[in-house]
Design a protein. Structure first.
Length: 111
C-alpha cells in the first residue's frame, strides 16, 4: 500500500490557459480547489508516494504561460517544494526536499 502524498499547488497562467488547464487536467484527478481567481488558483490533491512530477512537467508543455509551485509532504515524513515555469521557451524547474515529521511522529509529539 503506497504512502499518501499531499500536494498543495499554486498555479498562475493567463486566463484562457488556466481555464483550459482546469477543464482538461483536473477532470480525472481528485482535486479540491481552495481559492481561484481569473489568473491563479490554489488547490490540493493526493498522489501515491511522491508528487506526479511527469504530470506537472507536462503542464509546462501544454500551457506555456503557467507557473507552478507544489508544496508537498508524504506521510512517511518526506517533504519538499517544486517550482517550475517556462521562460524564453526553456523549462525552469527548481526543487528542494527534506526530511519532515512522519504522521506517527507528529501524532506522538503533538499528543
Amino acid at each position: 500500500m503506497p504512502n499518501d502524498c499531499w500536494n498543495y499547488l499554486t498555479i498562475t497562467a493567463d486566463k484562457e490557459e488556466l481555464k483550459n488547464l482546469i477543464l482538461e487536467e483536473f477532470k480525472n484527478q481528485n482535486v479540491k480547489i481552495l481559492q481561484r481567481g481569473p489568473e491563479a488558483l490554489k488547490c490540493k490533491l493526493l498522489s501515491a508516494w511522491h508528487p506526479n512530477f511527469d504530470w506537472l512537467e507536462g503542464l509546462l508543455e501544454k500551457y506555456p504561460s503557467v507557473w507552478i509551485k507544489n508544496i508537498w509532504t508524504v506521510e512517511d515524513g518526506e517533504a519538499g517544494v517544486w517550482i517550475a515555469t517556462v521562460r524564453n521557451g526553456k523549462k525552469e524547474v527548481s526543487q528542494l526536499t527534506w526530511d519532515d515529521m512522519s504522521i506517527e511522529e507528529e501524532m506522538y509529539r503533538f499528543r
